[in-house]
Design a binder for this molecule. Structure first.
Ligand code: NDP
Length: 333
């Protein structure tokens, strides 16, 4: 079982990742916080044996892997240090804040010969996986369009840096659009070529930080996608629809952290439920695949290259917001 160093005394580590690690018999052996006091409290509350005070100290604790869930501006330096120290790395999204930094992480992991994963949890969603299978199996015919409804109300406890601090990677595009980008690439097996977008501040985020956005994306083969991403919409629920020449797939509660949601296939007047299979915890599924990759079997559900690609889409969306023009997405080289 993997021994993990947690870099970041974060909400996602506490609420999802530590429980998922323990469900698999994996063990968090150390946590690093920028604040010794918060680190000590986090370690105590979650029974993590070591509260490290520096990254060097955290990386000197015997362990197999490092899970990085700090604010986004810190991912690059921490991921490079962890891979260089010979640890396998699972990094939160966005992988970094710039494509140069993301490429640097991917290179560092390759040079060290370690596994690098990006924690795009939606690839582990039973609903998203069943849509991917149905599309790949030709059940919708030729895909024409995808609609992603990912406008939610940001929980009170997460209304910190996401809303206030652009330097830490705040804003809805780095938080939610980046997940949509990965889900689209996964579900369609196609790359996003270019984007246009509009974002606004609907009064939840600090001035200058976007808390709601709509993006239009063009993928390989002229598949169109649209995404509505927001921190400000309490009652919409999430959804994902794939529309093809032969049928449409309609999923409700598709873009969540839990294994809920339903999928139907609609063809003419006939609507057929799709069996989404076992409803395993998304984070358990992701960690299981990561551990398998460490043991030489397969790859993480989302690799470092996938993290680069989703970031490239998010950055293109941000550029499009500023320029107001259709913006190409820089491809993975
Ligand atoms: P948090 O705000 O909980 O944690 C981020 C950092 O903020 C922590 O590393 C911590 O710093 C600091 N922090 C936490 N609590 C406090 C506090 N009370 N006072 C001051 N500072 C505090 O972030 P999230 O867990 O929401 O997000 C962390 C990362 O995970 C991000 O990259 C985000 O994009 C990603 N994420 C991914 C999700 C997924 O499902 N894949 C879901 C949610 C987030 P320190 O470590 O120095 O103590």
């Amino acid at each position: 079982p993997l021994r993990w160093v947690l870099v970041g005394a974060s909400d996602i580590a506490a609420t999802r990742m530590i429980p998922a690690m323990r469900a698999l018999g994996q063990e968090p052996v150390a946590v690093l916080s920028g604040s010794p006091e918060r680190g000590r409290r986090f370690a105590e509350r979650h029974q993590v044996p070591v509260a490290a005070k520096t990254l060097d100290q955290a990386l000197s604790v015997p362990a197999d892997a490092v899970y990085i869930s700090t604010t986004n501006e810190l991912h690059h330096e921490q991921a490079v240090a962890a891979t260089t120290a010979g640890r396998h790395v699972l990094c939160e999204k966005p992988l970094a804040m710039t494509l140069d930094d993301a490429a640097d992480i991917v290179r560092a992991a390759r040079a060290a010969g370690v596994v690098l994963g990006t924690n795009h949890h939606l690839r582990a969603s039973p609903v998203i996986r069943s849509i991917q299978r149905m599309v790949a199996g030709g059940h919708v015919g030729r895909p024409l369009a995808v609609r992603v409804h990912h406008a939610v109300e940001l929980p009170q406890r997460l209304r910190g840096w996401r809303l206030k601090n652009p330097a830490a990677g705040g804003g809805v595009v780095f938080d939610i659009t980046v997940h949509d980008a990965d889900a689209l690439r996964f579900v369609l097996g196609r790359e996003v070529l270019d984007v246009t977008a509009t974002a606004v501040n609907q009064g939840l985020a600090a001035p200058g930080v976007e808390d709601a956005a709509m993006a239009v994306l063009r993928l390989d083969g002229d598949v169109l996608a649209c995404a509505h991403d927001a921190f400000t919409v309490p009652h919409a629920g999430t959804a994902l629809e794939v529309h093809g020449t032969d049928a449409s797939l309609l999923a409700t509660d598709a873009m969540t952290q839990d294994p809920d949601g339903e999928v139907v296939l609609r063809r003419g007047d006939a609507t057929t439920p799709v069996d989404v299979g076992p409803r395993d915890d998304l984070y358990v599924t992701g960690l299981r695949a990561f551990a398998d990759a460490v043991h030489g079997e397969g790859e993480p559900l989302a690799t470092g290259a996938d993290g680069f690609a989703s970031l490239a889409v998010a950055l293109a969306v941000r550029d499009a917001l500023r320029s107001g023009t259709r913006t190409p997405v820089i491809p993975v080289s």
